[in-house]
Design a protein around this ligand. Structure first.
Ligand code: FE2
Length: 166
C-alpha cells in the first residue's frame, strides 16, 4: 500500500507497525543514497590525491571508503528487513543523497581532507536528526543503527580534521 509519500512495502511478518516502517524506509532511503555517495567521494579522493603525506592520506581515504561501504549494506538491509525496496543504484543515490556534489578537480591532500571533512560533518548532522526522528517514531532498532553509524562518522571526521587542526 502506498503512503502519502509513495512508499510501498513488501508483505512481511516483521511485527513493527506498518506506518512506522514506511516512515523509517523513507528516512533510510536518504541515508542509503548519502552513504553510497560518500563512499565514492572517499574513493575519488583516494584515486586523485597528490601532495604531502601522500601514502598516509591515500590509505586513509580507502579506509574511509570501506567503512562507509559497511554503512551502505547495514542501512540497505535494515530498510529491506522492514519490507522496503532499496534504491541503491548510482542514479537513485544521486537523487536521494543529502550531500553536495564532490568536486572532480581536487588534487592537493589538504583540499581533499577539508572537502571530505565537510561531507562527513554534513552526513553526521543528518544522522543525528535521523536518530531523533526514529526515536520519536518509536523505532529503537533504526535509532540504534543510526547511532552506530553516527559514532563511526564522528571518528572519521576526527581523523580527517586532525590533519589541519593546530
Ligand atoms: Fe586503491
Amino acid at each position: 500500500m502506498a503512503t502519502k509519500t509513495g512508499v510501498t512495502l513488501h508483505s512481511t511478518k516483521n511485527p513493527q507497525n506498518e506506518n512506522q516502517r514506511k516512515s523509517m524506509v523513507e528516512l533510510l532511503q536518504k541515508h542509503l543514497g548519502t552513504a553510497i555517495d560518500l563512499s565514492y567521494q572517499a574513493k575519488q579522493a583516494h584515486w586523485n590525491v597528490k601532495g604531502m603525506n601522500f601514502i598516509a592520506v591515500h590509505k586513509l581515504f580507502d579506509q574511509l571508503h570501506e567503512e562507509t561501504e559497511e554503512y551502505v549494506d547495514k542501512i540497505a538491509e535494515r530498510l529491506t528487513a522492514m519490507g522496503g525496496q532499496a534504491r541503491g543504484t548510482v542514479q537513485a543515490s544521486s537523487e536521494n543523497t543529502l550531500l553536495d556534489p564532490y568536486p572532480l578537480d581536487l588534487v592537493k591532500s589538504e583540499d581533499h581532507l577539508k572537502r571530505l571533512a565537510d561531507s562527513f560533518a554534513k552526513w553526521s548532522g543528518a544522522v543525528k536528526e535521523g536518530i531523533e526522528e526514529s526515536d520519536e517514531a518509536g523505532d529503537d532498532l533504526t535509532s540504534d543503527l543510526l547511532t552506530e553509524v553516527g559514532r563511526g562518522l564522528d571518528i572519521s571526521l576526527y581523523f580527517l580534521e586532525s590533519h589541519f587542526q593546530a
